[in-house]
Design a protein around this ligand. Sequence first.
Ligand SMILES: NC(=O)c1ccc[n+]([C@@H]2O[C@H](COP(=O)([O-])OP(=O)(O)OC[C@H]3O[C@@H](n4cnc5c(N)ncnc54)[C@H](O)[C@@H]3O)[C@@H](O)[C@H]2O)c1
Length: 337
Amino acid sequence: MNSQRHFLITGGAGFLGSYLVGELLRRGFKVTVLDCLLFGGESLLSFLSNPDFHFVKTDVWEPRALKASVRSDWPPPDGIVHLAALAGFPACQAVGKQVAWRYNVEATEHLFEQAVALKIPRFIYISTYSNYGLGESGEGVTEETPLNPQSLYAETKVASEKVLENTGDSSIASVIFRLTSVYGLSPRPRFDLIVNQFVWEAFRNHELLIYQRGYSRSFIHIQDAVAGIIMGLEAPEDTVQGEIFNLGAETGNLTKDQVVELILKRLPETTIYYKDLTFGGDMGDITISIEKIKDKLGFKSQKTVDDGIRELLDAIQLGLVKDPADSRYRNARFIVQ
Ligand SMILES: NC(=O)c1ccc[n+]([C@@H]2O[C@H](COP(=O)([O-])OP(=O)(O)OC[C@H]3O[C@@H](n4cnc5c(N)ncnc54)[C@H](O)[C@@H]3O)[C@@H](O)[C@H]2O)c1
């Protein structure tokens, strides 16, 4: 009897997914990835020779995508992490409501229906703190805070959360993580995420243009984000069933000015320009409470934004990412603030 656990990751070729896959394989799990490779599949190349890795190129919107991917010679998945989506408000804005809904809401509906039918015991949905939209100034936003989406992207993520909440089926433990802004490097780097983009622009242009300078955002290193998701896979069912967790870092609530200060420490020759313009953004000023995930799952973040800035600068200065400006490192050609 093979007791090796098996997890299925949608969007496993993406920024978060490819890091998560590497970590799950390193821990000795079997991993199936479903991805349609919107940004290519180089991020998965190093896993192909691993006998515990299985890749299926598919659009998870297809109503039978999950059922068709199940391997008869492997144990059924012990859990799914659903990451596949058009990630970020610029990408959703670029394609419009109908397409964004197809990728971000209908795909979740189809996948969740199949997961229930296949009796997969756990379904983790990766949502976003963008769903809160506008925080009460100074107050840490908790999971109980009413949602107030300010973008099409956040609207799709709120609607997707409802898919899981409305099921009423207790045979599957559905868990939602509202993830803060992730920074750092992965096999599929992204340079359209706020910290990553700031570091790259400051390095390349020796200047940075900052909108809404005093606004707080909440950040988490990719290593901590992935550790939190794995805790969600491993936690006892009654700890996570039907639960929503903010997934952020203890040191992660920073204003844009504070992020800029950290960048200036390493790139002091950068000139900073400010504009007060608010332009169709995702969120207002927001800080996040992570008390629940600390209390219930014992989550503790390890990395700081300063660590991430150092890693990003190393990668760029050493030429490990040849051209961070390349469009394959961003989900839509759009300046993200
Ligand atoms: N990166 C962040 O800061 C952040 C923050 C909060 C939430 N999230 C959420 O985490 C998830 C992953 O984000 P990411 O930064 O890794 O994005 P990403 O764009 O790097 O990865 C998404 C992956 O999903 C795949 N995909 C998209 N639609 C698909 C479909 N219909 N069928 C199959 N594959 C599909 C893409 O090919 C890509 O490989 C998203 O759901 C996003 O909303 C990300």
